[in-house]
Each structure stands twice: as structure tokens, then as C-alpha cells.
Design a protein. Structure first.
Length: 232
């Protein structure tokens, strides 16, 4: 079942990429495995998925440890949920990419943790384009200044931007948020403030629209694993 769902998601990515005159290979599929057991990750891995996303450091810890042997075959972990500053060191040790950097303070903690671990952390900066209560992220107007401060941090590689837009039933209503993030990415990249051009945007209900608008990473959970088995 997971194998069939992965194939269907990849087909949808490919069709969306074609509509935008892009290559499917330009889009990294991150299977969001939060609340799902290691066995589900193994099934998706067997179906060809190599990147997996988790929301919480504590939940991911045991899961990542239990799948250590797959790292040699390309398994990579992304933190896609909110990261509390006091868990930055643990996150730095567990994850290959941290997509949810929402402040300069958090970036500093991660940079110090990365330096202590002897590694450069790959991160994305989360942008809040809608000002929704309960969601993290830098305001669009604050991104450039924050990135300039992050440039001075050793142990950190800021590779792009991430957005969690409002959940709207019609993906076309979400499209403007994706376009805004792409425009913001283009501006700060042109200013030399990024170490990459990543755009993490789009989830199960709207990832095709995100691909059409330039997403290089899509975060897909339900369309791969099915409905959640526990509270997210």
C-alpha cells in the first residue's frame, strides 16, 4: 500500500513539474513520518524514499536510532516541526536538515551545537507569511536582516526557506503564498544571503501547486502513510 502511494505521489510531482517546465528530479520528496512507527518508514524506504520528516525531537529520537543501519543506504532525516531552543543541541545531533529555524537566537544555538559536534548544520529558515496565531516563523520583513546576522555564524549552512501557509481546501488559494516565498528566496539569494536555493513548501493537499510555483522540497505525510494513527 505504501509502495503504491509513493508511486502515485511521484507521478503527481512529475506531472506538476512538467506543467511548470521543470524536471521531477529538481524536487526532493520528504515523507513526513511523524506518529508513524519505524516499520512504516522502512516500507517507504523500500519504495525508494530517502528523506523523512519528523515534527518532534523526542519522538524522532528512538525512531532514528532504530533505523541507523539505513543511513549507509541514504536515509536522511529532516526536522520539519517547531524546535524549542532548549532542544537545539539534541536536534543538531539527530537531524541532517533542520527546516524550521524561526529566529536568530535558535540559529545561534544550532550553530554552537554544530561546532561542538564538528559538523556544519544544514538549515532552512521558516517564514510566516500569513501571521497565523500558533505558527512559528520570521515575518517576511524580518528575513533579510535575520539572514545577514546568520551569515556570521560558523557551523551553520542556511540553504533556503520554508513556509507553512494556511490550510485552505482549494490549493489555488494557497498559490500566492508559494509565489511570495519564491520571490523572497530569489531576492535574498541575489543578495548573497543563502548557501543554496531550497524552497520547502507544499504538503499532501497542495504539493502539486507548490511544485508548479518552484518548490524544491515537498513535505508529504498523509498521501504516503494514510491518516494519522495518533494526534499530531
Amino acid at each position: 500500500m505504501i509502495e503504491d502511494r509513493v508511486a502515485a505521489v511521484r507521478q503527481r510531482i512529475a506531472r506538476a513539474a512538467e506543467r511548470a517546465s521543470r524536471l521531477p528530479e529538481e524536487v526532493t520528496l520528504v515523507a513526513v513520518s511523524k506518529t508513524w512507527p519505524a516499520e512504516a518508514v522502512r516500507a517507504a524506504f523500500a519504495a525508494g524514499v530517502r528523506h523523512f520528516g519528523e515534527n518532534r525531537v523526542q519522538e524522532a529520537d528512538a525512531k532514528i536510532e532504530g533505523l541507523t543501519e539505513l543511513r549507509a543506504s541514504g536515509l536522511r532525516w529532516h526536522l520539519v516541526g517547531h524546535l524549542q531552543s532548549n532542544k537545539a543541541r539534541k536536534a543538531a545531533a539527530l537531524f541532517d536538515v533542520i527546516q524550521s529555524v524561526h529566529s536568530v537566537e535558535l540559529a545561534g544555538r544550532l550553530a554552537r551545537a554544530g561546532a561542538d559536534l564538528g559538523r556544519t548544520l544544514r538549515v532552512l529558515v521558516q517564514v510566516d507569511l500569513a501571521g497565523e496565531a500558533g505558527k512559528s516563523g520570521l515575518a517576511e520583513s524580518a528575513v533579510e536582516g535575520a539572514l545577514r546576522r546568520m551569515r556570521d555564524l560558523d557551523g551553520l549552512r542556511v540553504e533556503g526557506l520554508m513556509v507553512l501557509p494556511p490550510y485552505l481546501d482549494d490549493p489555488e488559494e494557497v498559490r500566492p503564498y508559494f509565489a511570495r516565498l519564491r520571490g523572497l528566496r530569489d531576492r535574498v539569494a541575489a543578495a548573497g544571503l543563502l548557501d543554496g536555493t531550497e524552497l520547502s513548501m507544499g504538503m499532501s493537499h497542495d504539493f502539486e501547486t507548490a511544485v508548479e510555483e518552484g518548490a524544491t522540497i515537498v513535505r508529504v505525510g498523509t498521501a504516503i502513510f494514510g491518516e494519522r494513527t495518533a494526534a499530531a
